[in-house]
Design a protein around this ligand. Structure first.
Ligand SMILES: *Cc1c(COP(=O)(O)O)cnc(C)c1O
Length: 384
């Protein structure tokens, strides 16, 4: 069971005085269920807002053993957002968006998606009895993600166009239909997602020097920056991080400062040519003294395999973009020595098994099911 921050925060402070007592008796504290309950003091919720949760948030912050030391930083941590209930950070925002949709009396939700938003919407929609519609670009969604939407029972509309086309369509639809839009243009999504920044500060005791994050529709970099600023304003941290965002080279509208009509990248979750939160991502970069840079698919795949093989972390290509980008920063003139860095690993590698199969270049070795044959392949010395 994940432990609570040492101060016992996360109960709105109400149980804080009990913490030492409970510790002393050797009991573990009950875990707050989900981000709405945990961080309700920082979220736009009232008594009328239902606590919608699948147990999202409270994800591990794991210290790097290879990549961080090689970069010479003080400490590099990976935030494992793939440990959320549907396997990506989208759940942090989706619980808020769905809670507010229910509060507003809606019975239907809709989103455009490169995959993870649809998986998340479909899961929360299923639990809370909302009819869920997802518009996805036909043929461009990673297998694991579409499998989720199918299993959760969403209506899947595969559009003959890009993610950006699908988003334009749903934005128009919700103007005329009684249906809630749960893309990150929904402000409650960003509100929920900012809790990722809170967790980092609660765990490290302050903000890191650098936050490294992939950028697609740019909602998450917007949310983290909002979270860090709000926590600092509330006196929970002393500093703010430099926000380092990374786009895939073939889908890098912010870096190139122009809309990309046909974005292309192996990292399907960030295959976006016209990000909805474009301006806010630029603001996060500029206010924080950060950078938004591009990484090639080759760099993304190299980081994807490095993460898996040197850190034991299997995350999807879009997540690896933040690692690929971090590794590029020294050559771009950013000094990482002595820095505390957090890298957001946004979605589990199981979402996209096809990429591992194609890019890991590992062949299964056929062998007869007897000891002699297997021993010949293993080549280990005999026990002494
Ligand atoms: C959605 C998503 C992103 C991109 O986040 P934005 O908020 O769209 O910038 C990156 N990685 C994964 C795994 C995602 O699901």
């Amino acid at each position: 069971m994940a432990s609570l921050s040492p101060s016992g925060e996360g109960y709105g402070g109400s149980l804080r005085y009990l913490t030492p007592l409970i510790r002393e008796r050797g009991h573990t504290l009950p875990r707050p269920s989900g981000v709405i309950e945990h961080y309700r003091d920082f979220l736009p919720v009232s008594e009328n807002t239902p606590i919608v949760t699948l147990g999202e948030g409270d994800t591990p912050l794991v210290k790097s053993r290879q990549i961080g030391p090689a970069l010479g930083c003080k400490a590099l941590y990976f935030k494992l957002e793939g440990c959320n209930p549907t396997g990506s950070f989208k759940d942090r925002g989706m619980c808020m968006a769905v809670a507010k949709a229910i509060e507003a009396g809606r019975e239907r939700i809709i989103c455009a998606s490169t995959g993870n938003t649809s998986a998340s919407a479909a899961a929360y929609g299923a639990k809370y009895g909302l009819q869920t519609f997802v518009l996805v670009p036909a043929g461009e969604i990673a297998l694991g993600k579409i499998a989720q939407a199918m299993a959760y029972g969403a209506r899947i509309l595969a559009v003959n166009g890009s993610f950006d086309d699908a988003l334009t369509t749903v934005r128009g639809l919700v103007e005329i239909l009684d249906i809630e839009l749960v893309n990150s243009v929904n402000p409650f999504r960003i509100q929920g997602q900012k809790t990722g920044a809170f967790e980092i500060v609660d765990e490290l005791g302050d903000a890191p020097d650098i936050l490294s994050i992939p950028v697609g529709n740019a909602g998450n970099i917007t949310a983290y920056w909002m979270g860090f600023k709000e926590y600092k304003a509330a006196g929970r941290s002393k500093k703010l991080p430099h926000m380092m965002g990374f786009q895939a080279a073939g889908a890098s509208p912010i870096v190139q400062d122009r809309i990309i009509e046909r974005p292309e990248t192996v990292a399907t979750a960030i295959r976006i040519g016209n990000p909805a939160s474009w301006k806010r991502a630029v603001a996060a970069r500029d206010e924080s003294g950060g950078r938004i840079e591009a990484v090639t698919d080759e760099q993304i795949i190299a980081a994807y395999l490095k993460l898996a093989r040197e850190e034991g972390l299997f995350f999807e290509p879009a997540s690896a973009a933040s690692v690929a980008g971090l590794m590029r920063l020294p050559e771009l003139g950013v000094d990482l020595t002595g820095k505390t860095i957090v890298c957001i690993l946004t979605g589990t590698g199981l979402k996209d098994p096809g990429t591992a199969e194609k890019r890991a270049f590992v062949k299964m070795e056929l062998v007869e099911p007897d000891m002699e044959s297997v021993m010949a392949l293993i080549g280990a010395p005999r026990r002494k």
